[in-house]
Structure formats: structure tokens, C-alpha cells
Design a protein around this ligand. Structure first.
Ligand SMILES: Cc1cc2nc3c(=O)[nH]c(=O)nc-3n(C[C@H](O)[C@H](O)[C@H](O)COP(=O)(O)O)c2cc1C
Length: 144
């Protein structure tokens, strides 16, 4: 089986941990931060059609973080890039709520435009790294 290419973005470490554990389990995977692919021309050597791409990222406001879209635009711009033909998307939200499944839609659409088939999607729920502020009267109701 082809070695997997794991590309991840992690703001505060949750997705990094999930990516490292997955890489360990797969055994044959190479692990790359989205930032390092964006900062160099390395995508040419990192991504190839033969190796399945595994994209991992936290959910930001029910979507993928902007940097993930920047990565996809970057890859798209390199027309000669040998883009992967298969991909998996693993999101790392803090809430198992089903609305978080929207966070794959834009990414899946962009990958589809390259002819890259998304053959696996999953969520790994991790702790929150963000606080929501509720109106005072909601807080009071929750406490009562
Ligand atoms: C700006 C922002 C928006 C977020 N929006 C959501 C959200 O819509 N749904 C959710 O479940 N978690 C949301 N989170 C929480 C993170 O997705 C979650 O804690 C994730 O595991 C953090 O991963 P990381 O440590 O790799 O950055 C948000 C976090 C931030 C910073």
C-alpha cells in the first residue's frame, strides 16, 4: 500500500497530537505541517498522485481554518503539481455536534475540482480551545 501523506494544521496542539498518533498507527506515513508546505516550494516533493493525502485540521466556526483553504489554493495554483487522487479528511472539533460536519464541505469541493476523491471522513473530538460568551440571563438559567 502507498505511504500516506499527512498534512495538518493545529492552532493549539490538539490536531498535532491526533496527527502524530495517526502517523504512528499507520507506520508508513509522512507528517507535514500546512505552514511548512506554504512557506516553501516543498509541496512539489511532498504531494504525489500515488500517495493518499490525509488532511487534518480543527473546526473553526463550523468550517475549516482559513489556512487550509490557503493550502488548497496554493496547490491549485501549481498547475503542474502531481496532485493526489485520493484523500481523507479528519476534523478535530471540540464538540460532537453534527453541525460541525459542515467543516468538510468546502474542502471536499475544492479537492473534487482536482479530481481528488475523498474516500474517508471522520471527526476526533478534543478539548475546547475557545470560550463562548452567553448572555447573562442564559448563564443564570443554566445555574438555576
Ligand atoms: C476561532 C475558533 C473557532 C472554533 N469553532 C469551533 C466550532 O465551530 N466547533 C467546534 O466544535 N469547535 C470549534 N473550535 C474549537 C477547536 O476546533 C477545537 O478545540 C480543536 O480541537 C482545536 O484544535 P487545535 O488545538 O489543533 O487548534 C474553535 C476554535 C477557535 C480558535
Amino acid at each position: 500500500m502507498s505511504p500516506h501523506i499527512l498534512c495538518y494544521f493545529s492552532g493549539t496542539g490538539n490536531t498535532e497530537l491526533v496527527s502524530m498518533l495517526l502517523a504512528e498507527q499507520l507506520g508508513d506515513a509522512s507528517l507535514h505541517r500546512v505552514e511548512s508546505i506554504l512557506s516553501t516550494a516543498r509541496s512539489r516533493t511532498v504531494l504525489t498522485g500515488d500517495h493518499p493525502l490525509v488532511l487534518l485540521y480543527p473546526v473553526y466556526a463550523l468550517d475549516a481554518p482559513p489556512i487550509v483553504y490557503r493550502l488548497l489554493a496554493h496547490l491549485r495554483r501549481n498547475e503542474n503539481e502531481d496532485v493526489p487522487n485520493r484523500a481523507a479528511i479528519i476534523t478535530v472539533p471540540c464538540d460532537p455536534h453534527t453541525t460541525n460536519s459542515a467543516a468538510v464541505l468546502g474542502v471536499r469541493r475544492r479537492l473534487g475540482r482536482w479530481g481528488c476523491r475523498v474516500c474517508y471522513e471522520n471527526q476526533v473530538v478534543m478539548p475546547a480551545n475557545v470560550l463562548w460568551s452567553y448572555p447573562e440571563h442564559w448563564n443564570r438559567q443554566l445555574l438555576e
